[in-house]
Design a protein around this ligand. Structure first.
Ligand SMILES: [Zn+2]
Length: 341
């Protein structure tokens, strides 16, 4: 009996469970080869803790990490006509779409949402590289227009996270038409005097780089992101010359004046909060733990210690008078020592 329970059973168990373990729970960092526990990796926003390599992240996960308390509302995007050219390569275009929808759980390659970051209301759009290479088709064009219109209507800044292999060839000329369309959408923001911040993630290439991804007021990139119109392989084949080390990577582009900043994904939220506040002419953000945006009564109270802010915030404070009075003292007392840091 002992022999069976101590030796045979564990052996049988290990035979059956061994195969699933590494695949489901561990991810190998493609850069340094470290085996990373999936939980550890997702807690660190898909950035390798040992070598800082930035792996892909879905728009939904990014928004959960970006918005206060992980709370955001999706902005509806009008659906374009499907498969206008009856396009077929190895697969039919609608079949390709279905496969991408199934593997990502999203309906298309861009997600638009609104919410608050550090108590500043914003509109955000993020492109999904895992959805057909984040390719820009009519839907992505519609998404950017919806995001820009929403931002103008609500008088909010727009933050866009780009990631794309370029235009969607299955939509032919219609995908290229999205370049002028999105450019006009961005111009609407400019005319309304609203900030437009672009975060370029790996990789941002092709028609996306030639339109909305390069029209921001501020361009931030994630470390080592490939950002280009034509890729290095194409250029190398054309000019028949070896390209310099790190060519078209974020750090190289920062050195050559194409970007304003290169920021790690783990620091991105704080950076975006400071930049949006700066562009909106608001005082510096208060550091510390912020309450979830659902409790609207407390929102103006937390910012009360700032003198300049007090005047601006008067209107919302009045609205929330009966409920805000009692809890007003506590958060104010808590927030004060933190502002002095
Ligand atoms: Zn690594």
């Amino acid at each position: 009996m002992n022999w069976i329970s101590n030796y045979v059973r564990p052996k049988i168990n290990s035979l059956f469970s061994r195969r699933e373990m590494p695949e489901n729970l561990w991810t190998k960092c493609p850069e340094c080869g470290t085996m990373l526990f999936h939980r550890e990796l997702s807690d660190n926003l898909n950035v390798c803790p040992s070598c800082e390599h930035h792996m892909g992240i879905s728009p939904r996960d990014r928004f959960t990490a970006l918005f206060d308390g992980g709370i955001f509302t999706e902005v509806e995007v009008p659906a374009p006509i499907t498969d206008p050219l009856q396009f077929r390569d190895q697969k039919r275009y609608p079949d390709r779409m279905k496969a991408a929808q199934k593997s990502t759980g999203e309906s298309e390659a861009m997600l638009v949402a609104e919410g608050e970051i550090g108590k500043t209301p914003i509109v955000a759009a993020a492109q999904d590289f895992s959805f057909m290479g984040g390719s820009m088709g009519m839907y992505v064009g519609n998404a950017i227009i919806a995001a820009a219109e929403r931002a103008v209507l609500m008088k909010r800044p727009l933050i866009l996270f780009s990631a794309a292999g370029g235009a969607r060839m299955q939509e032919g000329i219609l995908s290229l038409m999205q370049m002028p369309r999105t450019t006009v959408a961005i111009q609407m923001l400019r005319e309304a005097g609203l900030p437009y911040i672009v975060v370029l993630t790996h990789p941002t290439t092709g028609g996306v780089t030639a339109s909305y991804a390069m029209l921001g007021d501020v361009h931030i990139a994630e470390p080592n992101a490939l950002i280009c119109f034509a890729g290095p392989r194409v250029i190398e084949q054309t000019i028949r010359e070896k390209l310099p080390e790190g060519f078209q990577r974020a750090e190289y582009l920062l050195d050559h004046g194409m970007l304003d900043r290169v920021t790690s994904r783990t620091q991105m939220r704080d950076e975006l909060i400071s930049i949006t506040r700066m562009l909106l002419g608001q005082p510096r953000a208060i550091s510390g733990i912020l309450e979830a945006p659902a409790e609207t009564e407390e929102a103006p109270v937390l910012e009360a210690p700032k003198e300049e802010d007090a005047a601006k915030e008067e209107v919302p404070v009045k609205k929330a008078k009966p409920a805000a009075k009692a809890p007003a003292k506590k958060p104010a007392a808590k927030a004060k020592p933190e502002t002095k840091k």
